[in-house]
Design a protein around this ligand. Structure first.
Ligand SMILES: Cc1cc2nc3c(=O)[nH]c(=O)nc-3n(C[C@H](O)[C@H](O)[C@H](O)COP(=O)(O)OP(=O)(O)OC[C@H]3O[C@@H](n4cnc5c(N)ncnc54)[C@H](O)[C@@H]3O)c2cc1C
Ligand code: SF4
Length: 339
């Protein structure tokens, strides 16, 4: 009898969607999640671009789809050994199990904005990150967000496309996240002036360009092309930004009541350890290395080990969900000898 267990490392949306699909295909997924709840980063977001779907509703839908799966929260994989067909695994909670295949869905880490000291995160009173703002939209109190902001600035590419920060890659989602959050801000504070400081706008997905146009036409969000060169705090606690508008060729100085830093997506700090445990490789950007980046992005170079979601690079939610479905089918075909 073939062992029906599939080990899934990471209970974010990638791990959850793959587990739901594997259940439907007749397998027995076992999700090992290191945190106390499922949903990963999306469980901390408020609304999702481009449709402004509720993030909580998406996580609930995925949760409903995995009622029959085994889920271990606050648990990690302690050790793993290759068997003739599959893996023998010991978890940090003492449970041992055997599985026929492994899916890594360990996601990403957000860049620590405090590392870009020039922006004053953790130092100035009214500087927050995109993740902090998602939490505030979701109802978490945050006294860095003023009660009635008049001017709000978003700075793109924080810790992305930045060799000094050690990450040359584009994080792909943060231009859209800035536009999403700028619109949400204007919905709450129609009188506020909202500014986005960007290097390039990377809006590659379906409806993304419309989203950007609506932000300008319907909500009056201002877009300034230029890197913010200096941030300081004035005597009233407002954030003073200096930048150059590279399209107009003019210097810009803005006093903002709130500065939002668009922190980028980096590889999860567990990635190297996970790769070494399953004896697969990481890429030069630190994310897990797929067999190739065109046709076999869900496959590792190791027999029976698969990937889904942001563990291989920055991904949007629809990309993550699509990859998770594909990974489930890849595993199904692999175990049925159809790979
Ligand atoms: C601020 C922000 C806003 C965003 N908003 C949008 C949006 O509106 N629309 C959109 O399309 N995309 C958005 N995204 C992108 C979205 O967050 C990702 O596409 C999504 O989170 C990827 O899901 P994932 O499951 O691959 O990874 P994650 O969400 O990172 O989940 C990975 C899970 O694995 C767990 N894990 C990690 N290591 C281990 C381990 N060793 N053992 C056990 N468990 C482990 C983690 O705890 C986590 O639960 C946004 C991103 C950011 C940064
Ligand atoms: S998506 Fe936009 S904000 Fe994010 S790194 Fe790329 S260009 Fe910068």
């Amino acid at each position: 009898m073939q062992n029906r267990n599939i080990l899934i490392i990471g209970g974010g949306i990638a791990g959850m969607e793959a587990a739901g699909q594997l259940l439907r295909l007749g397998w027995e997924p076992v999700i090992v999640e290191k945190n106390e709840r499922l949903g990963g980063h999306v469980a901390k977001w408020y609304k999702l671009f481009p449709d402004m779907m509720s993030a909580a509703d998406l996580v609930q839908t995925l949760t409903d789809g995995i009622k029959e799966a085994t889920v271990y929260l606050k648990t990690r994989v302690a050790s793993m050994n290759r068997l003739k067909d599959g893996y023998s695994v010991v978890l940090s909670n003492g449970v041992s199990l055997q599985c026929s295949a492994v899916l890594i869905a360990s996601g990403f880490h957000l860049f620590d904005a405090a590392k870009k000291e020039e922006y004053g995160y953790g130092v100035y009173d009214h500087v927050i990150t995109n993740a902090d703002l998602e939490a505030w939209f979701g109802g978490a109190p945050d006294n860095r967000v003023p009660a009635n902001p008049g001017q709000v600035a978003f700075v793109h590419c924080v810790g992305s496309r930045d060799l000094k920060a050690g990450n040359a890659q584009c994080s792909k989602v943060c231009c859209m996240t800035a536009i999403k959050q700028a619109i949400e801000f204007k919905e709450r504070f129609p009188g506020a002036q909202v500014w986005c400081f960007y290097m390039d706008l990377r809006l590659f997905g379906k409806k993304y360009e419309d989203f950007y146009i609506n932000a300008q036409k319907d909500f009056g969000v201002h877009f300034v092309r230029g890197r913010v060169s200096e941030v300081s705090e004035d005597i009233d606690g407002r954030v003073v930004l200096k930048a150059e508008d590279t399209l107009a060729g003019l210097p810009v100085k803005l006093r903002a009541d709130l500065l939002v830093l668009m922190s980028g997506m980096l590889c999860n700090s567990d990635t190297a350890a996970l790769a070494s445990m399953v004896r697969t490789e990481v890429d030069s950007d630190g994310f897990l290395r797929s067999r190739d980046n065109i046709y076999r992005i869900n496959e590792s170079r190791r027999e029976g080990v698969f990937f889904a979601g942001a563990c291989t690079g920055s991904k949007t939610v629809p990309e993550t969900v699509a990859e998770a479905r594909a990974a489930a089918l890849d595993i199904h075909n692999y175990l049925n000898g159809n790979a």
